[in-house]
Design a protein around this ligand. Structure first.
Ligand code: GLC
Length: 828
């Protein structure tokens, strides 16, 4: 009874209060003391896993695939919540559960999860019984709302991943924060930047595993920073919700991760070309002058950008009435010149009575509000602005439809910026509210996925409006899964040499986070360049990155191929041309990536995670473009670089010099010569130089085969480059395989409904003993002796690069064969 007196004569309620005051720790200590789980109380097998009730916390184990297990840990009860990153549920997967006095074991074809009962601790093992990852004694702990999972550091453990993060390839000894940030001119060690992908891999004693923490609050990763016991990952709030991947290769783990978070859709072919940007080309005449100059100078280019000044007072979905008074005509003219136009679209909608986006957004309740219901206003380019709530499905549809005018005007690409979200002052209020598909959350939960949801809304809207044409979307802020909607660039870098190499490392790491279509502002965005040469070197490195765009800040010197003197112009032109010859190779890589999730620009660790040299600071910037090419980037003021040759033998593409597997070499690399190598045993495809991707290339494909012990194959892919017809079989695909043991190149029977636009293929045999004739379908064809190194096709006219092409007595045999026939082989 509530008010009855007890035998002590005290009111029981008062008694409880006094008891609490005198016996328990002070309230603040209770809050600050880490809490964790004790022993198991009950475990239940479920259809796709296991639930465990224990002292202090509950666990849900969900088997997604044989090599993917999801772990959810709750302080109390169980709850459901949506994920914007993961788009695939658990697949029907075989697993067994067994139990002993001490532990519960869950075993799939690929891994074992052992859960000790007292206290509850999780250990992941491979099927050989080797430990991949095990909980530290701290296990999972809460301090206030913050939840952290601790894993024992394994002997010699290395860590890679987290996407757009500065620092070294091996992240051991460091810690990182995920909180998308607007960081103009960021320093080379700055953290966080614009993108959050809370996914990493651990590597130790020939074992590999991956962990993806699917929590959108501010998260932190510690890989042995300031301690020698643990690596950990934590979230400021929300649930401990992570996926564990057990595969024996980086490629395999990425496959698991992208099977959950999705793959890049095949972008339009034109978006692989060279792209020219500036804050801003204005007025319209200036934009046209740029495009015309490319054509006059015969420098290939495909895309021109309109930065914020094309708008009326920076109001999204408007055109500046004076400077861009006839946008449709402008875009037509640009199209005539072979240019696609991409326009910037920021999230901030100007607060201005009568402005359509403002009026509609308010009337339909589509903007972010404070917790008291007042529309939030933050200041950005258009001054005070409202912010669309992209976690509200209604807002996403509205926003998507707003692109109609732009699409009708002829715009085919949309550049989403300032979507961290950025505001002057950089303190978007915590107490602003977001819809979360009806779940409702604060800015603390929405911040890191704002860019992802904006990209989604832009992509879905544009795709619908473009009626069967593929849109190109670019974003600055992002979260895991952004590859499904958009390419990503690394924001406002700085115009200095350190940033050339930082940019390479960022892109290498983003590829390891499932985002293949990535690039940097070539030439550097922030500040004046340290030298003319900077642009020359940067564009040569950028020519081998997936997204190839030069961009610079207003008020700085122009950032185009001809603004740094004739010499740099020639270098830029040569490397842009080289890029254009590689477009069929690149496009085939894009297609592969859209189905496998593989990066296009690949850190060396992608293939050889157990080779300690790939983590060496001297070599960690080297990267692969696809499987066959390796680039060793360097600064503009350096002339020599020490290069490491991992895994196989490699050919210097300028000289065909063979460099043996595991060796190192100091390579002469003046500004005109970026070190590029071709893998022994590989196949590289080229075409002739075109000025833009809408120009039809010649009907001859160039097929470089580099001799090697183990051979290799290439999945050649073509389609219309523009529509989704490939989804209905309108493509041409064939495997080109070099089989050294048979002295043979095999071209498989093409699949797909499409005929190749290439009639002939010129086969260029590098590094073989003199091959004087080859057999093709019973016929003997004589080969020619021709010096045709890989950069040659790009260097048809004078260019400074040409001086470095050196025969040194190397013989190269070439032969032209018909590409249209069904399966056939070339043998010798
Ligand atoms: C941001 C972008 C930059 C753009 C500028 C003006 O700083 O990162 O690329 O040029 O805004 O829109």
């Amino acid at each position: 009874m509530m008010h009855a007196k007890s035998r002590t004569g005290l009111n029981p309620l008062l008694f409880v209060i006094l008891f609490a005051v005198f016996t328990s720790e002070p309230i603040f200590a209770q809050i600050l003391k880490p809490s964790t789980f004790g022993k198991i109380l009950k475990s239940t097998q479920e259809e796709n896993g296991l639930t465990i009730l224990s002292e202090g916390a509950n666990i849900q184990v969900i088997v997604y695939r044989p090599a993917t297990i999801r772990i959810r840990i709750f302080k109390t009860g169980f709850a459901d919540s949506l994920s914007y990153a993961v788009v695939k549920g658990p697949e029907k997967t075989k697993f067994q559960i067994s139990e002993t006095q001490e532990s519960i074991r869950l075993v799939t074809d690929s891994l074992e999860l052992r859960i000790s009962k007292d206290p509850v601790r999780l250990t992941f093992l491979n099927r050989k019984g080797e430990i991949l990852s095990e909980d530290e004694t701290f296990s999972t702990q809460w301090i206030g709302q913050k939840v952290t999972t601790y894993k024992k550091l394994q002997p010699g453990e290395k860590f890679i991943g987290l996407g757009e993060k500065t620092g070294s390839l091996n992240r051991f000894g460091n810690a990182y924060t995920n909180w998308n940030s607007d960081v103009p001119g960021y320093s080379i060690g700055q953290d966080p930047l614009y993108v959050s992908t809370p996914f990493f891999m651990g590597i130790h004693s020939k074992n590999l595993y991956g962990i993806f923490l699917d929590n959108t609050y501010k998260t932190e990763f510690n890989f042995g920073a300031s301690n020698r016991r643990f690596s950990s990952f934590s979230a400021e709030a929300g649930e401990m919700n992570y996926y564990f991947f057990a595969r024996s290769s980086v490629q395999g783990i990425l496959e698991e991760y992208t099977s959950l978070t999705g793959k890049m859709p095949l972008p339009p072919f034109w978006s692989l070309g060279y792209q020219q940007c500036r804050w801003s080309y204005t007025p319209d005449k200036e934009v046209k002058r740029m495009a015309e100059t490319f054509r006059e100078k015969e420098i290939p280019a495909d895309v021109i950008y309109l930065d914020i000044d094309y708008m009326d007072n920076f109001k999204v979905f408007t055109w500046h009435p004076k400077n861009f008074s006839k946008p449709k005509e402008l875009l037509q003219d640009l199209k005539q010149l072979g240019f696609h136009t991409v326009v910037i679209i920021d999230p901030g909608v100007k607060v201005e009575k009568g402005y359509h986006a403002y009026e509609e957004g308010r009337a339909q309740d589509l903007f972010v509000k404070y917790s008291d219901g007042d529309f939030y206003q933050g200041e950005v380019w258009p001054s005070w602005s409202h912010f669309p709530d992209f976690t509200n499905p209604k807002t996403r549809i509205w926003w998507g439809e707003k692109f109609q005018g732009l699409v009708e005007t002829g715009v085919r690409g949309f550049w989403n910026d300032m979507n961290e979200p950025a505001t002057w002052g950089q303190r978007y209020p915590d107490n602003t509210m977001f819809n979360f598909e009806g779940e409702i959350g604060t800015h603390l939960r929405a911040h890191n996925i704002y860019g992802l949801q904006m990209s989604r809304s832009t992509y879905e809207g544009a795709k619908k409006l473009m009626k069967g044409e593929r849109p190109f979307i670019l974003t600055r802020a992002a979260f895991s899964g952004v590859q499904r909607y958009s390419a990503v660039w690394t924001g406002d870098n700085a115009a200095n040499d350190d940033h050339i190499l930082l940019g390479v490392r960022l892109l290498n790491s983003m590829g390891l986070a499932g985002i293949p279509f990535v690039g940097v502002d070539i030439g550097g965005f922030n500040g004046e360049k340290s030298s003319q040469d900077l642009f020359g070197r940067w564009i040569s490195v950028g020519a081998f990155s997936p997204f190839f765009r030069a961009h610079s800040m207003r008020g700085t010197r122009e950032n185009d191929p001809w603004s740094y003197g004739e010499h740099v112009e020639m270098i830029s032109k040569a490397f842009i041309k080289w890029r254009y010859t590689l477009l069929p190779y690149l496009y085939s890589q894009f297609e592969e990536s859209s189905t496998t999730g593989a990066p296009i620009q690949r850190s060396l660790v992608y293939k050889t995670p157990f080779d300690p040299k790939v983590y060496d600071w001297a070599f960690e910037n080297q990267f692969l473009l696809g499987d066959a090419l390796m680039i060793a980037p360097l600064k503009s003021n350096e002339q020599y670089i020490r290069v490491y040759f991992p895994e196989t033998d490699w050919y210097d593409v300028y000289t065909d010099e063979l460099l043996s597997a595991g060796s190192e070499k100091i390579v002469f690399a003046p500004l005109e010569k970026l070190p590029v190598f071709a893998r022994a045993g590989s196949v590289v495809i080229q075409q002739n130089v075109v000025m833009h991707t809408t120009e039809t290339p010649s009907d001859t494909l160039y097929l470089h085969v580099y001799n090697g012990m183990s051979g290799g194959s290439f999945n050649y892919y073509e389609d219309d480059g523009l529509t989704y017809n490939f989804e209905n079989g309108d493509f041409f695909k064939r495997v080109i395989e070099f089989i050294p043991s048979k002295k043979q190149i095999l071209l498989s029977k093409p699949i797909g409904k499409r005929n190749s636009q290439r009639k002939k293929v010129k086969v260029i045999l590098h590094g073989f003993e003199n091959i004087r004739a080859v057999k093709v379908g019973g016929k003997t064809l004589k080969t020619a002796e021709e010096f045709l190194p890989l950069p040659m096709r790009a260097m048809e006219e004078w260019s400074p690069v040409k001086n470095f092409l050196n025969l040194k007595g190397k013989k190269i045999s070439t032969v032209i064969v018909d590409f249209q026939s069904d399966e056939f082989s070339i043998s010798w």
